[in-house]
Design a binder for this molecule. Sequence first.
Ligand SMILES: Cc1cc2nc3c(=O)[nH]c(=O)nc-3n(C[C@H](O)[C@H](O)[C@H](O)COP(=O)(O)OP(=O)(O)OC[C@H]3O[C@@H](n4cnc5c(N)ncnc54)[C@H](O)[C@@H]3O)c2cc1C
Length: 475
Amino acid sequence: MENKYSSIIIGAGMSGLAAGIRLAQYGKRVLILEKHHVVGGLNSFYNRLGRKFDVGLHAITNFVRQGIKQSPLNRLFRQLRITRELFDLYEQNVSRILIHGESLCFTNDFSFLEQQVAEHFPQRIDAFRNLVEHIRNDNSPTDKPSFLSARRILEERLQCPRLEDMLLMPIFFYGGSQEEDIDWCTFVILFRSIFLEGLARPFEGIRRILTTLTRRFMELGGERRMRCTVDKIDIRDQKAHGVFLHDGSYMSADHIISSIGHVETMKLCDAADTVSVQPGKLSFCDAIAVLKEEPRDLGWEDTIVFFEERERIQYRQPQGLLDTCSGTICIPNNYNYGLDRKLPDGILRISHTANTDQWKALLKENFQHYSRAKKEQALAMFEKAKSLMQSIYPASRAFSPHLLDLDFFTPHTIEHFTGHINGSIYGTPHKVRSGKLPFENLYLCGTDHGYSGIIGSMMSGIAIANSHILSPSHS
Ligand SMILES: Cc1cc2nc3c(=O)[nH]c(=O)nc-3n(C[C@H](O)[C@H](O)[C@H](O)COP(=O)(O)OP(=O)(O)OC[C@H]3O[C@@H](n4cnc5c(N)ncnc54)[C@H](O)[C@@H]3O)c2cc1C
């Protein structure tokens, strides 16, 4: 009896925690199993030399103010019964898309982007407005199986490769699971969440959200086990009955929700070869530089810069270790925290697409070579970010070359800590939008369910709990 649950959730990332809260709210006996010693998965946190770092957080997408009922963020607060104050969100200042030296800026006020398009692309403003109207009214079902190319639709509607690339750039970097294109349905979700809604950040970073979710889950009587790896899902008669843990124990449940990825879950069922789906291969390297100075004091106003140095954007796995010609620079200090709140250090977070196989081969060959390459690449990324910021703000002051700290992670790090094959952040391009796997009682939530990012993953956990486990009236 003790090891029998109503639901077992594999993974204490954003989607697993949200699913757990939703089920515990309805009195279900829920157990979350997490292989790592901290919660958060792809968006966790760690301490290093006395400083607290977020693993991934650049921006919380989908930011809207209170009262906008249909927005995912406000729906999330309602469904998890938490107040928005608990997330302590602050809005971005201004973000920039910079392609081949040409900039387009956006804020959380959509009319600002519209003005920018009118200014930089006066011939295409009507086409842009029509496109936005089309996106606002798009109600196509999210579970249609066929791929509809967002590139093709943008090409036809905008007839302006530069504007097309500018709109795609943040969308690729914040949710693109395939090279050079994205399914229209995912494009619409991301366009709304980045441009029509907006970007924000909790003052204390991701731990604020994770602490809120964990507390809520525990208050509701939810159970969790950390450092607890699921080795196998018990499938008999095409039905999931329970899980075998790495320590040899067995837990049974009426329902199992997995947040670890599609192929990753099928592997636990010994059935990876029965699906034609390939794991995603797009991954990133991230560098975090701790500066002596506050970036705004140097004259840098941007919150996030999405940049591409070539004439057309390239969003693909690079040939070399990473592609420093395009990427994102995030300055967590440049959210509007108000006059009396300031982060303790100046921070730059820099991301580039990376080649997982190359990093893994380097590690296999020689750990010292891998470590040296990390250090060299981190410094190169930092220098690139520095020169880009100086090109954007020529009058800005140069900052001290002496960094207080510099950390770096590779696709191997992501794979090692989260179990996502290839360190793929946005999972496989073949999403399971129904959340149903081919075995009864087994469901998929999170990235491979087709919802991207922090808010998207939480909404995914809620949607799976509502539609497959609670009654349909909860959807
Ligand atoms: C570097 C980086 C930067 C990012 N930046 C942003 C951002 O700025 N904004 C944004 O919105 N999104 C961002 N994301 C994406 C966002 O973090 C993810 O979309 C989201 O966190 C995914 O949550 P999830 O619950 O679907 O999956 P995961 O976070 O992957 O959760 C799955 C969990 O399952 C655990 N697990 C795996 N295998 C097992 C097993 N066998 N047994 C038990 N547990 C297991 C893992 O340890 C993990 O904790 C970023 C991601 C990364 C990596």
